[in-house]
Design a protein around this ligand. Structure first.
Ligand SMILES: [Zn+2]
Length: 463
């Protein structure tokens, strides 16, 4: 595929009246197009060349951070990208728990004006530490370039119908599901390329409903979670159901296994493409078009897999994943521990110079058991995390299911929560978790971690 021109394969959305040829999009979409066109080349560069340009960009982020971000002002200022590379391990790892709340200390006092409007994304990742990460228009341009790269790599036809079984609040995308036009949240001229219809369904529908929806909506392309595709594939195999249009499944958020890949192939005759991204950091790894491992998206992030001392693990050895986004100048995160563990691999047979992430360990999405025995996926919205942080400066949280009728939520806070705050949080939790049983709120200075050092967002004592 080297040297192919992706623009020939897609129909761009036109932003101008009376313009048939050549097509031009909105300024933002033209910026995405230019980024993507350069990335079409850079993916084939040697690993050394990629690292060299990454350090030129990292040098920009880090000198900006030292000058304008309180948290980083004590880091020695490197004189050049080469010096930064040589002293890289002197920069301390940033743990999620160090950020705390909205992380004012990490926000730049002088974000570059030209990088566009700043927005805040609230999230808790997989580790139960709610944070708000600020981002600029510039980082969102790269986000969209990677979304499109994923479509190009996996040869998706933009005319396909996209089916999406997703985490959504109660009342949203409930069975029998939603219908619309265009795959993303952007429509018409705001979208980069013209895409086909979309059908959506709430993850918390039953497996019977998921299967009925899949047969009825009959999408070419399905996006969901590994645990959902596993449950759906097992059910469809047992019932002899096989959707006729399905061409490809994409999975997000949880650990993908060979077993689930094989099951999906048995049930639906299609391959799974897995994706590694987080709300606050963007795309970290895309699955290789030719292999089941991931390529680090080095044009957007510098990703490391490190040992206890924060030094690089050799390929094949598991370690903590650290990420430094290359274009976030509103709230630079440097050597940020995402909360996942990973294993780097040897250079890829496909010829791309983008580093290989062989596997990702420890991602999980959690299932809550309701008093009637049914399951519900915990789906706290970005807005929900924002509301929680407005009640109290929560550093970390963990939900423990003590029994079918009782949840305990432990919070790490500097000062004990007041009875009013506890009441508010209890109401908040009832509302977010849709758990009809009792919810007990407790304050702690520190939360207990599992043996690998990871804080489990959700623990069940009943399964
Ligand atoms: Zn590859």
């Amino acid at each position: 595929m080297q040297g192919s021109n992706w623009l020939n394969d897609y129909e761009l959305s036109c932003a101008f009246q009376h313009l048939e040829f050549p097509i031009l999009g909105t300024p933002i979409n033209m910026a995405v197009t230019v980024a993507l066109t350069q990335m079409e080349n850079s993916q084939w560069w040697s690993a050394d060349k990629i690292k060299e340009v990454q350090f030129k960009q990292l040098y920009q982020v880090i000198t900006h951070a030292i000058h304008t971000v309180p948290h980083y002002k004590t880091i020695p200022l490197p004189k050049s990208p080469e010096e930064l590379l040589n002293n890289w391990y002197d920069i301390p790892v940033l743990e999620r728990g160090d950020i705390g709340g909205e992380g004012e200390n990490l926000v730049s006092t002088k974000p570059p004006k030209g990088h566009g409007k700043i927005t805040t994304q609230f999230t808790s990742g997989s580790t139960g530490q709610p944070i708000g990460v600020k981002n600029t228009e510039l980082s969102r341009i790269f986000w969209r370039a990677f979304t499109t790269r994923d479509h190009i790599w996996h040869q998706r036809d933009p005319k396909w119908k996209l089916g999406h079984i997703r985490v959504a609040k109660k009342g949203q995308a409930e069975y029998p599901g939603t219908k619309g036009m265009g795959w993303g949240s952007l429509k018409g001229k705001d979208a980069l390329i013209k895409t086909g219809p979309i059908a959506g369904l709430n993850i918390n529908a039953t497996v019977e409903q998921h299967a009925e929806w899949l047969m009825r909506a009959n999408p070419e392309f399905l996006i969901t979670y590994p645990s959902i595709i596993q449950r759906l594939a097992e059910y469809c195999l047992k019932k002899g159901l096989r959707p006729t249009n399905l061409q490809q499944v994409e999975t997000i958020s949880e650990v993908m296994t060979d077993k689930v890949r094989a099951l999906c192939h048995d049930a639906f005759g299609v391959k799974i493409v897995d994706l590694y991204s987080t709300r606050e950091l963007g795309y970290l790894g895309l699955q290789c078009p030719e292999n089941n491992h991931y390529h680090v998206q080095s044009e957007g992030v510098y990703l490391e897999v490190v040992d206890e001392e924060g030094k690089m693990c050799p390929p094949g050895l598991p370690g903590k994943i650290l990420v430094t986004p290359l274009h976030n100048f509103a709230m630079p995160l440097i050597r940020y521990a995402v909360g996942d563990y990973g294993v780097m691999g040897q250079p890829c047979s496909c010829g791309r110079g983008l580093p290989v992430l062989k596997s990702i360990l420890g991602r999980e999405r959690n299932r809550l058991r309701k008093p009637d025995g049914s399951y519900r996926w915990i789906a706290i919205s970005a807005k929900g995390y924002g509301e929680l942080l407005s009640i109290a400066p929560i550093r970390e949280y963990q939900i423990i299911q003590v029994s079918l009728n009782q949840l305990e939520i432990n919070f790490a806070v500097e000062e004990d929560l007041s009875p009013e705050q506890c009441d508010k949080i209890s109401d908040w939790a009832q509302n977010q978790l849709h758990f009809p049983g009792e919810i007990i709120v407790k304050s702690h200075r520190e939360l207990e971690r599992s043996s690998n050092g990871k804080l489990e967002l959700f623990k069940s004592l009943i399964d």
